[in-house]
Design a protein around this ligand. Structure first.
Ligand code: NAD
Length: 377
């Protein structure tokens, strides 16, 4: 079904954290198809306002194509077994890299494409305007996949006139490593069949969420960050570090809740929480995160994957100091009060239950799967 559509894709926001990861996944799939179907044309448009950032994405993709080829050499050899010019592993790897790099087109201008993946800034007006432009530029057969974390898909479709051709295709960060995807299918969407096949070909575990702002993942995360911030406000910077340690070590998660907020990007968290608040009519914002962003402390990652400063200062990915009003201070000694663990677990159970009762998730099992696969809970 998707074989033909896969021949021309575009990723918009391809210089960003999510966009480049989505571009990597599509390019890996596309390049394998290109080797399987010699003589056919394949093209992946990388589009972003930030042209310099796109050059970085291009370098990143070359390195990732090489890594992918080395890891999957046996299946790639099977794909090119009829090509007498490709004998050694090195030749097959180089042929894969060349085939992938030849697919790439970089631009700051929108182009027509069969499958368009949107991963621009989380801003309602920016996304509506983008989809309105895409509607005029792309053909009537084009299908659109939004990576929005919070904006209802039907709202975007109605505002842009793309009803029936837009689906929510929400990758987790980083897209190449996270196996989970949340999908959101407005009832009349022609994109559903393609989205399902594509997710399967990308090897993703898909949880289908209802079209409610924030969906399941951010419906959970934003409320948990809000709760953590309300607890932290009782105890200042030491509490931030202690709560982070509690949620990481005592709740057995790969990152504490404040490190996770830094990882997502504090500006991204603020945008998501504000949009959810507007659509839901109930606040999920966290004043502590808002204050950090007002001071231009934004978290997120550098292009090399190292973590930028947020609630914490990092050495590589390890928090080494915690922010306190104006400066970073050494991490405090000691542990969070034991009752905080209980309060956290109780709050988590309340949030999970509400996501089902409010009709955000289709079942309790879906929420559990999102927490397990998306947040390693
Ligand atoms: P980012 O800021 O890293 O990247 C956004 C990119 O979009 C930037 O390169 C920017 O130059 C580009 N851009 C902005 N407006 C544009 C426009 N009109 N046309 C072309 N390019 C434009 O952001 P991100 O964290 O990658 O988030 C992107 C999307 O993915 C958002 O919708 C976000 O909610 C969602 N998301 C983020 C995460 C996360 O952990 N950061 C996880 C899941 C989903």
């Amino acid at each position: 079904m998707i074989d033909q559509a896969l021949q021309h894709c575009a990723v918009i926001g391809a210089a960003g954290k999510m966009g480049r990861g989505i571009a990597q996944l599509i390019l890996q799939l596309m390049t394998q198809e290109k080797l399987r179907r010699p003589g056919e044309d394949f093209r992946l448009d990388l589009i972003d306002q930030d042209i310099k950032g796109l050059e970085q994405t291009r370098k990143y993709l070359r390195a990732e194509l090489q890594r992918f080829a080395e890891k999957n050499i046996n299946s790639l050899r099977a794909l090119v077994k009829d090509d007498p010019k490709l004998i050694s592993n090195e030749e097959v790897i180089q042929a894969f890299i060349n085939a992938g790099m030849d697919c790439l087109w970089l631009s700051d201008q929108l182009q027509d494409a069969s499958l368009v993946f949107e991963a621009i800034v989380e801003d309602v007006e920016a996304k509506v305007e983008l989809f309105q432009q895409l509607k005029t530029i792309c053909s009537e057969q084009s299908l659109f996949f939004s990576n929005t974390s919070s904006i209802p898909i039907q709202y975007l479709a109605d505002k842009s006139g793309l009803q029936g051709r837009l689906v929510g295709f929400h990758f987790y960060n980083p897209p190449p490593l996270q196996s989970l995807m949340e999908s959101v299918y407005p009832s009349d969407s022609k994109g559903v069949v393609v989205a399902k096949e594509l997710a399967e070909r990308l090897g993703k575990v898909v949880v289908e969420a209802n079209d409610v702002a924030g969906f399941i993942g951010n419906g959970f995360l934003m409320r948990e960050i809000q709760f953590a911030c309300s607890l932290a406000e009782e105890g200042g910077h030491a509490a931030i570090a202690l709560l982070d340690e509690l949620t990481r070590d005592q709740l057995h998660r790969p990152m504490g809740i404040f490190q996770l907020a830094d990882y997502v990007g504090l500006d991204v968290c603020v945008r998501i929480a504000r949009i959810m608040t507007d659509f839901l009519g109930k606040s999920v914002t966290a004043p502590l995160v808002e204050q950090m962003v007002a001071q231009n402390i934004l978290g997120g990652q550098n292009p090399d994957g190292s973590q930028k400063e947020g609630f914490f200062r990092y050495e590589g990915r390890k928090p080494v100091a915690v922010y306190d009003q104006k400066e970073y201070r050494p991490l405090p000694e000691g542990k969070a009060p034991p009752e905080w663990k209980q309060r956290f677990l109780e709050q988590e159970a309340v949030i999970v239950q509400k996501l089902v009762e409010d009709g955000v998730a289709k079942s309790l099992e879906d929420v559990k799967l999102v927490l397990e696969k998306g947040f390693h809970h």
